[in-house]
Design a protein around this ligand. Sequence first.
Ligand code: DOR
Ligand code: ZN
Ligand code: ZN
Length: 353
Amino acid sequence: MATIRLPGLIDPHVHLREPGATHKEDYDSGTAAALAGGFTCVLDMPNNTPPITTAETLAAKQAAARLKARCDYGIHLGAGTDNIESAAWLAPQVTGLKMYLDQTFGPLRLDDLDSLIQHMDRWPDNRPVLCHAEGRTVAACIMAGHLTGKHVHICHVSRKDEIDLIRRAKDKGIQVTCEVTPHHFFLSEEDAPKIGPGRSEVRPRLAKGTDRSALRASLEVIDCFATDHAPHTLAEKDSPKPPPGFPGLETALPLYLELVREGLITIEGLIDRAVNNPRRIFDLPVQPETWIEVDEDADWIVRGAETFTRCKWTPFEGWTLRGRVLRVVLRGTEVYRNGEVLAAPGFGRDVRM
Ligand code: DOR
Ligand code: ZN
Ligand code: ZN
């Protein structure tokens, strides 16, 4: 057994479903899943019911998180048509402004170019704007960010045309960063039948094998790894109208380690994408006395029923993964050990408080 010590991982993109859908996940179960996966800080998305776009909805989410989170967290604000004037006032309390430009889960959506530009114009220059953008809307976001002087972060890049465009923008000196999920590194549309028709629904969709290969060949362009942990219940996933989304927190690290074993990145490159770059891009405080211990040789079989996420399933069901989190220490306190989450709800801190 080879135990390695890594810094606590940071996931800049999770959906912990509180408020509004706590039957799928809440701050308690979602941050337990985070710790089990080796994450000591997660940044939570605003596509809740109601969406997190106002001071009131933000305060309600902060209150739930303060009571229930077991690991540290930040909250992203949503960009809606109702908060063009007011979003920037809330910037000091959040880790970024999230814009949804394409169809996905929930009603939070920016459809017109004018709202997009107005949001970017008003948002502080030193805070990132995160974009759920696919295909042509990636170009729209990069252009809008460039013209308004904002740092645009493209979420869950899944395709060759998108990563090629981001590379060209970076080569021109444009301030843009991006993230890729474990599922877009390891799955393609060919895996969908095996996962199942409803369960394989995710946005961006599982792409072609050539897209997956392009992402793997572009690691130098990819700033962050992000799970896009998006739990829905099995009953919902297997229904006639399956919502898109995969849980990802508890399977991410062994998949990231697989990229190292395949020679695509070094372990330092992994730490940059899973810790240092998210910290820098989202301006997160250092977590003192925080690390994880990982048995990098341990093989284990993924079983959704054995996970901490409330949704209790995974698109990687039955996969043998290599690398297991043994122990997590957060701010000097042992918070996870050998399958047991030790941190109580409320232990986690808001990175902006
Ligand atoms: O598959 C997805 N699920 N993509 C998203 O952008 C949203 C997420 C969710 O909230 O379920
Ligand atoms: Zn998204
Ligand atoms: Zn998401």
